[in-house]
Design a protein around this ligand. Structure first.
Ligand code: ADP
Ligand code: MG
Ligand code: MG
Length: 245
């Protein structure tokens, strides 16, 4: 079964239709990047796929209807890095990444030594050895983005949803973070569904791209095909044609 299967997804927020019939398939191990203008519904789509918005009947993850997944099962399947994650004041990197383990920690218990070990493993993997005592708020943008990824990885999910993972970074750090995600994908067989606003690097890391506009998918295809459609649509205001995916 595909990692993500979205069929006829409609989402309204405050009675305003935001997504109006979105179809999307992401194969296991694939990296799909959603692009589109501000307000197109990219974040809303990711939130729905991540189970953060109700989408009854429209979404399956690895063959299981998303609505049927219980909290812990969902945590093993899908992890989301939000567009601008909240950085709790005073919180250490260790405690922040431990939040990724909370689905496994019993409600009244405390984290186990195994959870702390899992966090250290993930910090090592992301080149953040020795950062565990640092206050998250004092880290640079690139370091912070790696900590956000660490939290998602500590969760142990196979599907990563990344909402504009590079938007707060300069170009050098953008490349570094995307390279790291790609490496993690290859080493751990992860599936990646990302949104990107800056298109300069977006095409280099995606297997396929989706162009979203006004809550609808208007093009699906290789990055080259979709970036060309996007260019035509934005520069010439041509009507976009659907490229078969
Ligand atoms: P994108 O990520 O592509 O910029 P979003 O998914 O964030 O787009 O937003 C899509 C549209 O939904 C925007 O017009 C936004 O203003 C609207 N929207 C987002 N969240 C809410 C909300 N909680 N209530 C009402 N409208 C919302
Ligand atoms: Mg936006
Ligand atoms: Mg967004």
């Amino acid at each position: 079964a595909p990692a993500v299967e979205v069929r006829g997804l409609h989402v309204s927020l405050d009675r305003t239709p935001i997504l109006t019939g979105v179809d999307l398939t992401v194969a296991a191990g694939e990296w799909v990047t959603v692009i589109g203008p501000n307000g197109a519904g990219k974040s809303t789509l990711l939130r729905a796929v991540g189970g953060l918005l109700p989408a009854p009947g429209a979404i399956s993850l690895f063959g299981t209807p998303s609505a049927a997944l219980r909290r812990r099962d969902r945590a093993r399947v899908v992890a989301t890095v939000a567009q601008s994650p909240v950085v709790p004041p005073g919180m250490s990197v260790l405690d922040y990444v431990l939040l990724g383990r909370t689905p496994y920690i019993p409600p009244l218990g405390r984290e186990s030594a195994a959870d702390v070990t899992a966090v250290h493993d993930v910090l090592d993997r992301l080149d953040l050895t020795g950062f565990h005592r640092r206050e998250l708020a004092t880290l640079s943008g690139g370091e912070r983005q790696r900590v956000f990824l660490a939290r998602a990885l500590a969760q142990g999910a196979t599907l990563l949803l990344l909402d504009e993972p590079t938007s707060a970074l300069d170009i050098g750090h953008q490349q570094e973070v995307l390279e790291l995600v790609d490496q993690l994908r290859r080493e751990h067989g992860l599936t990646v569904l990302a949104t990107m606003h800056d298109l300069s690097l977006a095409g280099e890391y995606a297997d396929r791209m989706v162009l979203l506009a006004d809550g609808r998918v208007v093009a699906v295809g290789t990055p080259h095909e979709v970036l060309t459609e996007h260019l035509l649509a934005t520069h010439y205001r041509a009507s976009v044609r659907v490229v078969p995916g």
